[in-house]
Design a protein around this ligand. Structure first.
Ligand code: IMP
Length: 427
């Protein structure tokens, strides 16, 4: 048995796509377990840039089985467009399996996402407006429509009738026009036909694969701090992007999880609203944003930038079961004279080492920093830890010390080749 979960250990956008793609070279199966097309995984292959949204990162390798598991919310229109886009760029030979239990994002989810944001005004979450929250809300409210329903026209018709009646009431309550049944039904039934060949019980498939010794990679979306249970609620996504949620989101036993690799940037970023204690503005923030191309893959919004927050990272490690770390965009920090790391917060005059539950308290947290000397040497071509400048080595060692977790990968540029791996997960 050989499984690895890759999770974002900050607020998303840590570079999970790159590591998943890198790990996928040796994996037999790659699984997306939660979220939907709110995610945007950028992958560089031989200098070519691919931005994946809901399709797993193993799609480029014809030998890899790619699974979209039950914990996902799938927008069929977007998913088919994404596949068509890949096919147009020559990715035609792939294996894709879609869970019959995953939930379907429908047009009213997208409408409601926008309407709730507008209703919240300056308290808006800053969602991606892809309908993710409203779709998960329907799942929990037991009025969701699943992939298994979508691919059976009669069942879909009945389910859509019932749900649309309710959703139209909700839309009207929020001042929007009700949606017509026929156009949605006609459009989505066609999507159902196209998706049907990919649909199966992915839980069964995964157990079979794990039992026969396949190397399985679970690809996280978003980040632990966006977890609906443990993140900075309500400024979170609507699923649990943690390592420990993988069994529920994929239908496998917890004992099948071998390792949970936390992906973190060498600094912090955040898109959307919500507290961000180590956020910085000014020249250093601009330097990091430009060097790290810190603009949203999905929304193109400039990302908020800050120093590395080891309180949040430690919290993510604990909540998510992370046992190794991968440090991303390390080269972005090159050229800074001084680099800060947050190792505690000060809350109302007391030092704390964890994330408070309420936003009001979290907003009052002030970061406590230690300052380290930076390095000026270009590190984008190093091939080992030993080749790093001393100050860069010291930065890695300090993060390991503060998080009590070994950094087993560091990334020094966008290309696959610029990934230094110190531990092999898939032998
Ligand atoms: P939603 O997932 O679209 O509902 O958005 C909720 C929050 O999660 C917003 O702050 C989004 O910016 C954030 N978010 C959702 N997906 C991602 C992601 O893949 N990377 C970073 N932030 C994300």
């Amino acid at each position: 048995m050989s499984t690895l979960v890759v999770v974002g250990s900050q607020w998303g956008d840590e570079g999970k796509g790159k590591i998943t793609d890198y790990m996928a070279q040796k994996a037999d199966v790659v699984v997306r377990s939660q979220g939907g097309n709110n995610a945007g995984h950028t992958i560089m292959i031989d200098g070519e840039k691919f931005a994946l949204r809901s399709i797993p990162s193993g799609i480029f390798n014809p030998k890899i089985k790619n699974v979209m598991a039950n914990g996902m919310v799938i927008d069929p229109k977007q998913m088919l467009e994404e596949l068509a886009g890949l096919e147009a760029r020559g990715i035609t030979n792939y294996q894709l399996f879609v869970s019959n239990r995953a939930h379907v994002v429908l047009p009213y989810h997208r409408e409601l996402d926008g309407a709730y944001e507008a209703f919240k005004g300056d308290k808006k979450i800053g969602t991606t407006k892809k309908g993710i929250g409203p779709c998960y809300a329907d799942k929990i409210n037991r009025i969701g429509i699943r992939i298994a329903d979508l691919i059976q026209p009669e069942i879909f018709k009945e389910a859509l009738h019932q749900t649309l009646t309710l959703k139209n009431m909700e839309l009207q309550m929020l001042g929007l026009e009700p949606l017509q049944f026929d156009p949605i039904y006609d459009e989505y039934v066609e999507y159902g036909k196209k998706i049907k060949p990919f649909v199966c019980d992915t839980s069964l498939l995964l157990e079979e694969e794990i039992e026969k010794g396949s190397k399985v990679l679970f690809e996280g979306a978003q980040g632990v701090m966006l977890c609906v249970d443990h993140g900075t609620y309500p400024y979170v996504t609507s699923s649990s992007p943690t390592g420990v949620s993988v069994p529920v989101n994929t239908g496998i036993a917890p004992r099948y999880i071998d390792n949970i690799l936390g992906i973190c940037k060498a600094y912090n970023t955040r898109v959307g609203e919500g507290p961000f204690p180590t956020e910085i503005n000014g020249d250093v923030a601009t330097y990091i944003r430009e060097r790290g191309h810190e603009y949203g893959t999905v929304t193109k919004r400039p990302r908020r930038v800050g120093w590395l927050d080891c309180v949040a990272l430690n919290y993510a490690r604990r909540i998510s079961g992370i046992n190794y770390l991968s440090l991303m965009l390390f080269d972005v920090l090159t050229g800074l004279e001084k680099i800060k790391i947050c190792y505690a917060y000060e809350l109302d005059g007391k030092l704390i080492n964890t994330i408070p539950a309420t936003l009001a308290e979290y907003e009052r947290c002030k970061p406590v920093y230690l300052e380290m000397d930076g390095w000026m040497e270009d590190i984008t071509n190093v091939t080992s830890f030993d080749e790093l400048p001393e100050n860069a080595k010291a930065y890695i060692k300090k993060i390991e010390e503060l998080t009590k977790t070994e950094i087993v990968i560091f990334s020094i540029g966008p290309d696959r080749k610029q990934t230094i791996q110190l531990k092999d997960f898939f032998k």
